[in-house]
Write a protein that binds this ligand. Structure first.
Ligand code: SAH
Length: 384
């Protein structure tokens, strides 16, 4: 719902201030239209229905995968495509399913990560806060009456959320009314440093996720050209500063590409990067005047580095989701590289190498691949 238009329409009709909140409360609870808002005067409901489109997005196609993943392709009023996804996960304990929505912050993406389908499509523009919230509201409305509602949100759809931070944060402020708390909301970035710094300064306890994909600068620049602008070492420093301020662990995403970034040596390089420079006790505790010598020498200082990383970073290995040639074709006809995903055995070995260095590591469950709804597959084209 276009909140600005709603507020203007309400004030044009001399409505009290609380009306906007009233309308929002209904929408957030999954109302399908103004006519359901029974505590609004009937005439006002009719006026709103006439003047304020209930959603700022038009749903074009919705597809459902066998694993319960739903992908929605929308168009903005000015015709730009965007996609959003709702995933269902079996709950860890009881029979209850957990649901998570994956939202887009831009139509297309101005960055050109070589393994991502969104990076090959035309970048149109930033989405407004209303357009972001409307993706979540769409799924909120589509949940069965007795079914679980989404409780988690990730900004891992199309676009780079930190290039559209104001709208993303305005959308995040509304998500708790849908049952999605700030603690259960994650913003994923390629490592846009000014955005990480801005995110660290605001109050909501949002989660930060960082797409790393390679620990060596040269390889990362090849995979993600944005690394030339914001080199990984500086990005990691910004993440440490984020942690120092927010005390929220940073999730590291690492897509597993066979023969490119999945060797044992590369796992150790990633562990070293995340463990960070070994610091003395005095450095770690500003104000401490005397450093007590740790028994055991270098061995002990290495494990200090590991403990430090374990507190700040958690790695999530992402099995590569294939991108068809049609989706790899750039606008100018250039074809971007084809990658092969690492084998399950290579992923497990990489995970174990990180764990052996004290870095908490999990492997992401793949959802929605058959409907091209999985990470990196969103291209604004529906299923084809
Ligand atoms: N621009 C932000 C938000 C998008 S998140 C970011 O890059 O973090 C989408 C996640 O899926 C990112 O971690 C991205 O690197 C990853 N991804 C992209 N293409 C992928 C692919 N083909 N297979 C698996 N993951 C992919």
């Amino acid at each position: 719902m276009d909140f600005k238009l709603l507020e203007k329409t309400l004030s044009d009709h001399a409505q009290p201030h609380f009306r906007a909140r009233q309308v929002w409360a209904w929408a957030a609870r999954g109302a399908a239209g103004f006519e359901q808002m029974t505590d609004l005067p009937g005439a006002l409901r009719a006026t709103l229905a006439e003047r304020v489109p209930f959603s700022s997005l038009a749903l074009q196609v919705e597809t459902r995968a066998g694993d319960g993943t739903v992908k929605a392709l929308f168009r903005t009023v000015d015709g730009h495509p965007l996609e959003a996804v709702m995933m269902s996960y079996p709950a860890r304990s009881a029979a209850r399913v957990r649901r998570s929505v994956c939202l887009s912050s831009q139509s297309g993406c101005p960055l050109t990560c070589t393994f991502c389908a969104t990076g090959a499509m035309h970048f149109a523009r930033n989405l407004s806060a209303s357009e972001i919230v409307d993706q979540a509201l769409h799924f909120r409305r589509s949940c069965e009456l007795d079914g679980p509602l989404p409780s988690n949100c990730v900004f891992m759809g199309m676009g780079e959320p930190l290039l559209n931070l104001d709208s993303v944060l305005a959308a995040c402020e509304r998500l708790p009314d849908l049952g999605i708390s700030h603690r259960h909301t994650a913003i994923s970035t390629v490592g846009w440093i000014p955005g990480i710094e801005a995110l660290a300064q605001q109050e909501m306890p949002l989660r930060l996720a960082l797409s790393v994909h390679a620990a060596e600068e040269a390889l990362r620049s090849q995979l993600m050209p944005v690394n030339e602008r914001h080199p990984l070492r500086d990005v990691i420093d910004a993440c440490r500063a984020f942690y120092a301020r927010k005390r929220r662990r940073v999730f590291v995403e690492y897509v597993m590409l066979a023969g490119v970034n999945d060797s044992y040596a590369q796992a150790l390089e990633l562990a070293r990067l995340l463990s960070g420079p070994e610091r003395s006790t005095a450095e770690r505790r500003p104000g401490a005047t005397r450093t007590r010598r740790a028994p055991g020498g270098p061995q002990d200082s290495a494990s200090r580095g590991e403990r430090n990383a374990a507190a700040i970073f958690k790695v999530n290995l992402i099995p590569y989701n294939p991108i068809s040639a049609a989706r790899r074709a750039g606008e100018n006809g250039s074809l971007r590289p084809a990658y092969t995903g690492s084998t399950p055995a290579a992923i497990a070995a990489f995970r174990d190498a990180l764990r052996s260095r004290g870095i908490p590591t999990t492997v992401r469950l793949t959802r929605g691949r058959e409907i091209t709804a999985a990470c990196g597959q969103l291209a604004g084209k529906g299923v084809s």
